[in-house]
Write a protein that binds this ligand. Sequence first.
Ligand code: SF4
Length: 380
Amino acid sequence: MSQQFDPSLVRQSYRCELVEELRSTGSKVVGDVTLLIPKSLGFCWGVDRALAMVQEARVEYGARPMWLISSIIHNPRVNADLRDQGIGFLRGEYSLESAWENLSENDVVIVPAFSATVEDMDHLRDRGVAIVDTTCPWVIKPHKRTLRYVKEGFTTVIHGTVGHEETEATCSLILSEGGHFVVVYSIQEAECLAAFIEGEANTDELVGSLRSGSFSLGFDFDVHMQHLGVINQTTMLASESRAIGERLRVALSNRDGEAELENNFRDFDTICRATQDNQDAAAVVAEKNPDLYLVVGGYDSSNTKNLARVGQRLGVPSFHIEGPHCLGEQIEYRHRSSGEILQRGDWLPSVRPLSVAFSAGASTPDTLLGEVIERLLELS
Ligand code: SF4
């Protein structure tokens, strides 16, 4: 399978003139509504690449049955488009029963941009399927770094989400090499870890304050908290990742002394460029204090969730929505902390002129963002 790809294959199919115009101008006044858009938003290089590789594989493998493990990226619209093209799903809502167990040499399986676990890759190799590996090179960066930590005898602290495919893949890689990990989701969870390191919390308190599945199997708190190396799931909030690294550095310094940090602490920024660019650009727009800030992307998309947090941190009324169907008399949105999908009225400010800022996750097609903008204009 060629690693070359043609992003225009993807960009053409999800092209939206309104979004292109806004991208080049940054803003547009329509009636008494000002639309604001950040310099960087939407599809990233890794998503373009993954989708283009799928299209190339369809040509290369012709009529052979083609499968996705669960989804190619975290966007329902894009996954539905692939389903319409006849690509099957091995796991999740649209999967066929026993398809995973019954894979054979005639099948083609697409590994998603966020990678797959060691166990899943072993299964695919055992079944002899043709593998189209679209793992984003940015995702390989934390993999390489954690292998180095394992080799040095360090426990990996992952700023990530338990259950997210990318973090699951990283955890399985660490375990397969005989290493250990702790996953922390937020600065609050990192504080709990720091309190334990500084002797201010015991094991039960620490385990109780982190999510189930945060520690590797067989984690020994006396042994595996001595040497720590930090990495990030590529799509986390960059400012929070930096704060977590710094908090753990201070905790180890408090416990063992500054001079020991060279021997017991490592920190390596593995946030991807697209995530960083989208967050920085979203902050610039949110700082203009729009009356409303809408972030468009799949509810399970990590980078979209963090784009929504950028607005909330700056005190702008912000909503993470999945598409135009979320906007009506009520708004459907994902709650930032609980993750619940909620509805509420009175979401559209009555002030005129009205300024509305938008952003979109790295897996959100321009067409979907364009439909959201059109819907907003209709309603206002
Ligand atoms: S968000 Fe970053 S890590 Fe994920 S696919 Fe895009 S470029 Fe790769």
